[in-house]
Ligand binder design. Structure first.
Ligand code: ITT
Length: 223
């Protein structure tokens, strides 16, 4: 059984669509390092959670990146949701602001074993890459903490390898609409519909998490 390490049941709800009954929530608040990069947070979290769960784990670190705020709140999205709140983030945008934003997620898998650092098993697709500053080496590869920082892909015997899967979706910040989803879903619009107005299936079909989960599920199925 795969442990989805999160305090957020909304994430698990979305994951079960891809992983069926093979996934369960492991409610463990892993120590989130303060880092500007989701990959660093996810990789370190997966390693810590693996030690706590003593079994295969995935950690999902995600965030909302608002163009007008130079990517803020990004990796700090959870904190900003709890403090500022979703409604006020919408109100902080000025009428003349660029409305562009993106949700991004990084899923980190760890089972204490090594992986073959294949070129692109869980890689990001062309659309995901738009506007991203990810090097080719960052895609679906086994990484150690150090390698997350320097972007290299080879394994090290010194730390437990973690495999990363990334997803991104572009959209616009709008006034809150919809009752579904969680977090910033009510103010994130994609093709005229906010994520909070979509069913879980509709959101998964296009979302950052859905894209990362699809890549992970394919790789995990083969594993
Ligand atoms: P865990 O760390 O326990 O998994 P969390 O909700 O704190 O739960 P993150 O640290 O990854 O998760 O923070 C992600 C935040 O980004 C989340 O709290 C939301 O505010 C926002 N977010 C991420 N994915 C989202 C989504 O699909 N829809 C809406 N908001 C999302």
């Amino acid at each position: 059984m795969l442990n989805f390490v999160t305090t957020n049941p909304g994430k698990v709800r979305e994951a079960t669509e891809y992983l069926d009954d093979d996934v369960q929530q492991f409610d463990f608040d892993y120590p989130e390092v303060q880092a500007d990069d989701l990959r660093t947070v996810a990789a370190k979290g997966a390693r810590a959670a693996y030690r706590a769960a003593d079994g295969p784990v995935i950690v999902d670190d995600a965030g909302l990146f608002i163009d007008a705020f130079d990517g803020f709140p990004g990796p700090y999205s959870s904190y900003v949701e709890d403090t500022v709140g979703v409604e006020r983030v919408w109100r902080m945008t000025e009428p003349e602001d660029d409305r562009g934003a993106a949700f991004k997620t990084v899923i980190a898998y760890c089972d204490g074993e090594g992986f073959e650092a294949t070129p692109d098993p869980g890689g990001i697709d062309r659309e995901d890459r738009r506007g991203q500053d990810l090097s080719a080496d960052d895609r679906g590869t086994a990484t150690t903490d150090e390698q997350v920082h320097d972007g290299s892909a080879a394994q090290s015997s010194e730390t437990v390898p973690v495999k990363l899967f990334e997803g991104r979706v572009n959209g616009e910040i709008v006034a809150p609409r919809g009752e579904g989803g969680f977090g910033f879903d009510p103010i994130f619009e994609h093709d005229g519909t906010t994520f909070a107005e979509m069913s879980t299936e509709q959101k998964n079909a296009i979302s950052h998490r859905g894209r990362a989960l699809a890549k992970f599920a394919e790789w995990y199925g083969e594993r």
